[in-house]
Design a protein around this ligand. Sequence first.
Ligand SMILES: [Zn+2]
Length: 110
Amino acid sequence: MAAEQVGSPTTEKILQSLHAEAKKLLASRADEPFVAHLSRLASELPGRGWQRLTPHLLHNPLPQQGRGASGPSRAELIAACTVCDEYGQIEMADGAVANCRHRNVTQPAA
Ligand SMILES: [Zn+2]
């Protein structure tokens, strides 16, 4: 019976528990910045050899909103932005580094 030897069972298990964790977390909160933040954190796990999402989230919470009415903070924009790196910078076509304006981030109507 070698029918179940597709992929690594360990990886499968980790993915299943990660999926369950993400589902739980998203059940409590599913607004756009949080979802983006969560998926960003999840993508960092393999590089660090971690298998749990929740502790990573607890150490890197989404910055709180409500510091002034001028919209999301810089950190929130960076977390939600899929273009720039964690410093809010993007690499231009000519290799220069510039500050990202996070044009692809849809501003929450707050
Ligand atoms: Zn950006």
